[in-house]
Design a binder for this molecule. Structure first.
Ligand code: NAD
Length: 503
């Protein structure tokens, strides 16, 4: 296959439409947002710049579908629809991967892996759809029969970021739909195209119109309209702190149910007894996979002083051998930043780290790779001599910058690891069984990997402590996030007692 044919020439800009109530529509205001290919830096597609009117129409459609046709689909049939969707995603995996590569700059190899794994989310939650069981409970009231049922919350607004558009939306769509809700998705304005392509498959799978809607546009326009809409019962948000805060504020005003999957500054801790070659691979995968643009990025490597120099030497050699370039080339190891503003932000943080006194051990510059003049490439960057109070160690960069911090004792490692506002994930590298079991208990993190990093599964709950979020995605736990509990009392005593006489 000639991979380079995936790149669009400037005169082949594709226009996409949004999905509202089963119709493919332009924005109500007729405006567009350009989408750049991060490898070429050129506009390759445009998406509708949706407005509040589009968000409102989508919510109304989702509400009608929730009260009407979707409520009549049995739980088993909901499950079958999700499984049918999984088959279609599998069928179209290459096509969807190619779109994401152009829109987001992700490596094609990574995207093919993702697209072949994502169907599992729809199969798993499809299987759970008809196993949402209530219970009949004992009750202290004579003559009273009592049961508990779990019912869908209603219309869900799913708001997602640009870094893994299809994957992170699947984490919301699959449990929300399995639980019987309808949904309006607002993907990131930077990377909406793959979601619009995915949305076609819901139609083909046979979901009734209005069950899944996709409105594209900016956070302060479409996003705001969704989070403040009275018919949105629940908001599932993945993104940064500012957006998360707005969602929480709106939820506080309107008592909406929310989940927030936010950022991280995760520690990847290398103890003195670690297998250093494995730890190097784990630290590299933690921060340079997906060009560091992952919420769970292990952006702080805490390394025991006794192995620090040897570790850094191996790490720098490994990273300097990494090949940057065309994300469609199977030999490329590190792709571009996904967006132009993100490129600038990463370059700014390199300067901030240098000014704060960190030592640049590798990378540190924008890179021009062959075949493109304006690709958003930054060399994988490693800073040593970092102290945990420097900005580079405290603020989420969301890019390929690793800060290395030394420690001497387990106590100190735990203290540095937890000395952050975030609490999304952590990794530890050790051969000591007792430490492997005991150290994770000391970490304020929603996910801990031991001698591994970045493993996620549809079966394993994922989410953050502290400022990294509220709620969990994935696993059986996640479906409960999309359900309300209803308590039903049925009086079996034919005589209703006189309410003015206390019993
Ligand atoms: P972002 O917060 O800028 O945008 C996320 C989404 O929210 C976008 O669709 C955006 O349009 C929308 N939005 C922004 N402001 C809004 C508002 N006022 N009201 C409603 N919607 C609004 O985040 P981003 O830059 O796209 O993504 C990067 C961030 O996402 C990082 O902080 C990263 O850690 C986080 N993230 C977290 C997870 C997780 O699972 N914890 C996963 C991936 C990314």
């Amino acid at each position: 296959m000639n991979y380079t044919t995936n790149i669009q020439a400037a005169d082949q800009i594709k226009s996409y439409k949004q999905l509202i109530d089963g119709d493919w529509r332009d924005a109500s205001g007729g405006e567009w947002i350009d989408s750049e290919n991060p490898y070429t830096g050129k506009v390759w597609a445009r998406i509708p710049r949706g407005a509040a009117a589009d968000a409102n129409a989508a919510v109304e459609a989702a509400y009608r579908a929730f009260r009407g046709p979707w409520s009549k689909v049995s739980a088993s049939d909901r499950g079958l629809l999700l499984m049918r969707l999984a088959e279609l995603i599998h069928r179209d995996a290459e096509h969807l991967a190619d779109i994401e590569v152009q829109d987001n700059g992700k490596l094609r190899a990574e995207m093919l892996g993702q697209m072949r794994y994502i169907p599992r989310w729809f199969q798993y939650y499809g299987g759970l759809a008809d196993k949402i069981e209530g219970s009949v409970t004992p009750i202290d009231k004579p003559g009273m029969f009592h049961y508990i049922e779990h019912v869908p919350v209603g219309v869900v607004a799913a708001i997602t970021p640009w870094n893994s558009p299809i994957l992170l939306t699947a984490w919301k769509l699959a449990p929300a739909l399995a639980a019987g809700n309808t949904i309006v998705v607002k993907p990131s304005e930077f990377t909406s195209v793959s979601l619009l392509a995915l949305a076609r498959l819901f139609e083909e799978a046979g979901f009734p119109k209005g069950v899944v809607n996709v409105v594209t546009g900016y956070g302060n326009e479409v996003g705001e309209a969704l989070i403040s809409h009275p018919k949105v019962a629940r908001i599932a948000f993945t993104g940064g702190e500012a957006g998360g805060r707005r969602v929480a504020e709106s939820a506080a005003k309107n008592f909406k149910r929310i989940s927030l999957e936010l950022g991280g500054k995760s520690p990847n801790i290398v103890f003195e007894d670690a297998d250093l070659d494995s730890a190097v691979r784990g630290v590299v995968s933690g921060i340079f996979a997906a060009t560091g643009q992952t919420c769970m990025a292990g952006s702080r490597a805490l390394v025991h002083r006794a192995v620090h120099d040897e570790f850094v030497e191996k790490l720098v050699a490994f990273v300097q051998a990494a090949k940057l370039g065309d994300p469609t080339d199977p030999d490329t190891n590190v792709g571009p930043m996904a967006t132009r503003p993100q490129l600038k932000k990463v370059l700014d943080y390199i300067e901030i780290a240098k000014a704060d006194g960190a030592f640049l051990a590798a990378g540190g510059t924008r890179v021009h790779v062959p075949g493109t003049d304006d690709g958003f490439f930054v060399a994988p960057t490693i800073f040593t001599g970092v102290s945990n109070n420097m900005r580079i160690a405290r603020e989420e960069v969301f890019g390929p910058i690793l800060s290395i911090i030394q420690f001497d004792t387990d106590d100190e490692a735990a203290e540095i690891a937890n000395d952050t506002e975030y609490g999304l994930a952590a990794g530890i590298w050790t051969k000591d069984l007792a430490r492997a079991i005991n150290f994770p208990k000391r970490l304020e993190a929603g996910t801990v990997w031991v001698n591994a990093y970045r493993a996620v599964s549809y079966m394993a709950p994922f989410g953050g402590f502290k400022s990294s979020g509220i709620g969990r995605e994935n696993g059986v736990e996640a479906i409960k996030e999309y359900l309300e509990t209803r308590s039903v009392f049925i009086n079996t005593d034919p005589t209703v007692p006189d309410p003015f006489k206390m019993r």
